[in-house]
Design a protein around this ligand. Structure first.
Ligand code: ZN
Length: 151
């Protein structure tokens, strides 16, 4: 018997989101556009936050030391800001690397027959939850006596 997937609220939210992204973007082209837009949105927002933190902490010299302590802020706050800035620099560096890798995937175009296969399999993997057949099937499943999560 296959192991039951975890049903905690976080995992359930993930499954729902995962299936929705397949259902609403059932072609290679749409998956490419979706992932690219998500990555760029993440980069734009993180980049702006980093810029803002840099302004808040004041200019750095070439040896990377922060000179100006922001007026009216405690050392503790400055430390926290510096840590956050280091974290954001890391995230942005990783996002940049991911972008470089994604570009290669996203150059690919496939013929319509292959896109049709994407659509077919998307329908199997993430069927419309409001589809009548799906609702009936769910109902039947929940009536099966030996399912562990039956309430
Ligand atoms: Zn879980």
């Amino acid at each position: 018997m296959p192991e039951e997937p975890c049903q905690c609220p976080d995992c359930q939210r993930f499954y729902r989101e995962h299936d929705r992204l397949i259902r609403e973007n059932p072609t290679l082209r749409q998956q490419q556009e979706l992932s690219w837009a998500a990555l760029q949105a993440f980069r734009t927002l993180s980049g702006r936050v980093l810029e803002d933190l840099q302004k808040q902490l004041g200019p750095r010299s070439s040896d990377g030391q922060v000179h100006a302590t922001p007026v009216g802020s405690s050392d503790e706050l400055t430390d926290a800001l510096q840590q956050a800035m280091a974290d954001m620099e890391n995230i942005n560096a990783h996002l940049f690397s991911i972008e470089a890798l994604m570009e290669r995937i996203f150059d690919v175009r496939v013929p319509d027959e292959i896109e049709q296969k994407f659509r077919e399999l998307a329908g199997e993997l993430a069927p419309d939850p409001l589809n009548a057949d799906r609702l009936r099937l769910n109902h039947l499943l929940h009536q099966t006596p030996d399912l562990p999560d039956r309430s």
